[in-house]
Design a protein around this ligand. Structure first.
Ligand code: SIN
Length: 326
């Protein structure tokens, strides 16, 4: 029997409401890891499961400090012969940020799976129990390890780097950004449709004890350029711009961008469009302005990458390549 570790962090999957039909007013993270497992006796047929609960959060309150603590805990547990695979329960709201952080920082020796739910555990047709069962079955699948951390929900398996929240309330809210699932769960049978490439994570070494402030600023019709000045004045070490289209920069933002870059603050062009990313030099002369392009990353993923790169002391001339490799 594989030895599986459940790391519970809260979310709707551990949510509790007063009414079984209420799927929007409930307390996320109310139920313990033990309670979730107790409601899932079938899990004992998948593996020998132990549980830890480092936090019990509504994931809107997840911070970079939690990411660092989670990565440190996981690195330690994955090194232990007592753990063959790990499942992390997490709120859907910011799952994609934590998942991407783990994608960038965890070794790929054992399978790590994040799962979540859109309906609280007390709801009729709660989606959490089956998601958790399938996530445990996936974590027991050693051949999935080289794909990096995975997300399992609604019968599908995505690489953590490809998954985002795409609906505010529907049960199948999680989906791929620019890539499809790498496999499916049929009941507790796991079918992987993509071979693991076994690549190493981008940040395999020692992680910093804290991450620098990096802001994401959205461009919208009439968005004032002083958003950038305010971010710089408040101590941002880097800025990601969620721009329109293929990273188009409003003309009146150029002076503020130039001023930030002149102060040594990396400015990354990303897009507020759901998929496609922003390629270097597309719609803007990055070389002339000293800006960077996020490549395939979402603004949130570009932020996580830039925080880690700056925190790990990656020099300015290697930041574009780091975003490209993330
Ligand atoms: C949360 O993100 O913690 C609440 C929402 C959810 O899990 O769906």
């Amino acid at each position: 029997m594989p030895k599986l570790l459940l790391i519970a962090t809260g979310g709707t999957i551990a949510g509790s409401a007063a009414d079984t039909t209420d799927t929007s007013r409930y307390r996320a993270g109310a139920l313990s890891a033990e309670t979730l497992l107790h409601a899932l006796p079938e899990a004992s047929t998948i593996g020998h499961i132990t549980a830890e609960q480092p936090f019990a959060l509504d994931s809107k309150d997840m911070t970079p400090t939690h990411w660092l603590a989670l990565a440190a805990l996981l690195r330690e547990r994955l090194a232990s012969p007592e753990v063959d695979g790990v499942v992390i329960t997490h709120g859907t709201d910011t799952l994609e940020e934590s998942a991407f952080f783990l994608h960038l920082t965890l070794p790929r020796s054992k399978t790590v799976v994040l799962t979540a739910a859109m309906r609280p555990a007390t709801a009729r047709s709660a989606d959490g129990p089956m998601n958790l069962l399938q996530a445990l079955a996936c974590a027991a699948t050693q051949s999935a390890a080289g794909l990096g951390p995975l997300v399992v929900a609604s019968d599908r398996i995505w690489r953590a780097r490809d998954c985002s929240k795409r609906h505010t309330h529907a049960p199948d809210a999680l989906g791929g950004v620019d890539a499809g699932p790498v496999g499916v769960a049929i009941g507790t049978h796991i079918r992987l449709d993509q071979a693991a490439d076994g690549g190493a994570p981008c940040f395999a070494g020692t992680l910093p004890s804290a991450l620098p402030r990096v802001d994401v600023l959205a461009a919208y019709a009439g968005a004032p350029a002083d958003l950038i000045d305010a971010s710089v004045a408040n101590g941002a070490a880097g800025i990601v711009l969620a721009l329109a289209g293929h990273g188009s920069v409003p003309d009146d933002w150029r002076p503020a961008i130039t001023a930030a870059v002149a102060r040594g603050i990396p400015v990354v062009r990303a897009s507020r469009v759901a998929s496609g990313g922003v390629m270097p030099q597309a719609n803007f002369d990055d070389a002339a302005h000293g800006t960077l392009a996020c490549g395939r990353l979402t603004p949130w993923q570009a932020r996580v990458t830039l925080m880690l790169a700056l925190g790990c002391g990656i020099p300015a001339e290697r930041l574009q390549d780091t975003l490209h490799r993330a």
